[in-house]
Structures are given as structure tokens and as C-alpha cells.
Write a protein that binds this ligand. Structure first.
Ligand code: NAP
Length: 215
């Protein structure tokens, strides 16, 4: 597929763009301030920053191109506007808080465990360059747990992306932990997103869950 990639020179983009090429996709990189000419592309991907992603996604949808957003921190209001635009244009808008398959499983396992141990807290730990806190994954996890579980954010050198769901009961603690050690962890999820994008209904889909289940 021919893919437009916003943020191809970033920490994630510089790993993903060559991996997509190696998998047979043709990548057109679009850096900050560069014109977003996406006509004729099969999809656009965004791994930029929270204050840029919505405008990039809008530009793609306005040019008739479905979008995969990996950037975290896009506001609910912006997502609502993008959802409306995607529906109007009959295009897919896939927003994925975490492309690591292990992290998707962590969220699922946390949700299942909370049926029996409903008192949960989330600890998310990331590299010090991460601009948003709490992380998109932590917020997406919290939405799947009962009540409003507190989220604790850690930013330190040496970390990549890590998260623990702590579920406490009388005399016991269950910890579900996922570690991303390198950005290669996101490659299979992004390839899956591109492969299955056209099978999604138009408008906003959040997360990889539905794609993991579809044949
Ligand atoms: P990064 O290293 O800061 O890279 C962002 C890149 O986007 C930079 O090359 C930046 O260019 C570029 N950029 C900024 N504004 C732009 C614009 N308007 N148009 C085009 N490009 C633009 O960040 P990162 O670590 O790669 O992470 C990117 C985003 O992905 C973050 O929100 C992060 O939280 C998220 N993320 C998501 C997942 C997931 O699985 N969903 C995984 C990891 C990270 P300059 O260098 O010129 O600023």
C-alpha cells in the first residue's frame, strides 16, 4: 500500500517507516512544515505530537485518505470532530493508544481480572522525552477498569514504555505488567492496522482489539 507517514523522522517513525518499506509498503514521509499532499495514497499514519496530530488527520481525511493515529494526547473534542469528518467522507479513522500486541493483551487481562479484584491502580513509566502524561495507554486502560483508577506517571532516562496494573484485595496483590524494550514492538500492530483498515466501518475506531479478532 502507498502510505503517507507524518513524523517519519521521529523516534517511532524512524523505526517504523523502514519496517513498513521492508514489508512491501511504499512510504511517503511528511515532516514538520512540509506540504501534506496525500492524493492517491491508501492510508496516512501519524506519529507526531499531540498539538499536530489532529490537523494532520484532518488534512488526510479532507483528501479522501483513511487515517491511523498513533500519537497520544489528542483531545476527546478533537476526536469527536475527526470522527464526524470521517463519517461524512465514509473513511476509517483508527486511533490506537498502543500498537504493542502485549500491551493490548495487558489491557484485556486487566479488565478480566478487575471483575474479581475491582480495586486497581495504574503505574505507567516512560522515557523522559515523552510529552504527554498520563500516557494514552494508561488512560485507555483506566476506561476499561471499574471506577476511576488513579494513574501514576514516571518519566526517567533509561525507560522506553512500561505499564503495571496493580489489583489489590485483602491479603493479596495481582500485578499485570507489560514492557516495551524497543520500538520494534510497534511494527506488527501497525502492519495489522494497515492490512485490516479497509475492513473497519467508517468513522472512529479506538484500539487494536477489533482487528485482532477479525479473521
Ligand atoms: P518524536 O521522536 O518527538 O517524533 C515526532 C516526530 O513528528 C518528529 O520527527 C517531529 O519533527 C514530527 N512532527 C512534529 N510536528 C509535525 C507535523 N505537524 N507534521 C509532521 N511531522 C511533525 O516522538 P515519538 O517518540 O516518535 O512519538 C510520537 C508520538 O507517538 C507521541 O505522541 C508518542 O506518545 C506516540 N507513541 C504512540 C505509540 C503507540 O503505540 N500508539 C507508541 C510510541 C509512541 P521535529 O523533529 O521537526 O519536531
Amino acid at each position: 500500500m502507498r502510505v503517507g507517514f507524518f513524523g517519519h523522522r521521529g523516534r517511532v517513525g524512524s523505526v517504523l517507516a523502514p519496517a513498513l518499506e521492508a514489508a512491501g509498503h511504499e512510504v511517503r514521509g511528511i515532516g514538520r512544515g512540509e506540504e501534506a499532499n496525500l492524493s492517491g495514497l491508501g492510508a496516512a499514519i501519524d506519529f507526531t505530537q499531540p498539538d499536530a496530530a489532529a490537523a494532520n488527520a484532518r488534512a488526510a481525511l479532507e483528501q479522501g485518505v483513511p487515517v491511523v493515529v498513533g500519537t497520544s494526547g489528542v483531545s476527546g473534542e478533537e476526536l469527536e470532530e475527526l470522527d464526524a469528518l470521517a463519517l461524512e467522507r465514509s473513511l476509517q479513522l483508527l486511533v490506537v493508544p498502543n500498537f504493542a500486541i502485549g500491551a493490548v493483551l495487558m489491557m484485556r487481562l486487566g479488565e478480566a481480572a478487575a471483575e474479581h479484584l475491582p480495586r486497581a491502580e495504574i503505574v505507567e513509566l516512560h522515557h523522559e522525552g515523552k510529552k504527554d502524561a498520563p500516557s494514552g495507554t494508561a488512560r485507555a486502560t483506566a476506561e476499561r477498569l471499574p471506577g476511576e483508577p488513579p494513574i501514576h506517571s514516571v518519566r526517567l532516562p533509561g525507560l522506553v514504555a512500561h505499564q503495571e496494573i496493580l489489583l489489590g484485595g485483602e491479603g493479596q496483590l495481582l500485578t499485570i505488567r507489560h514492557d516495551t524494550f524497543s520500538r520494534e514492538a510497534f511494527v506488527p500492530g501497525v502492519l495489522l492496522a494497515l492490512e485490516k483498515l479497509a475492513t473497519l466501518p467508517p468513522g472512529l475506531t479506538v484500539g487494536l482489539d477489533r482487528l485482532l479478532e477479525s479473521p
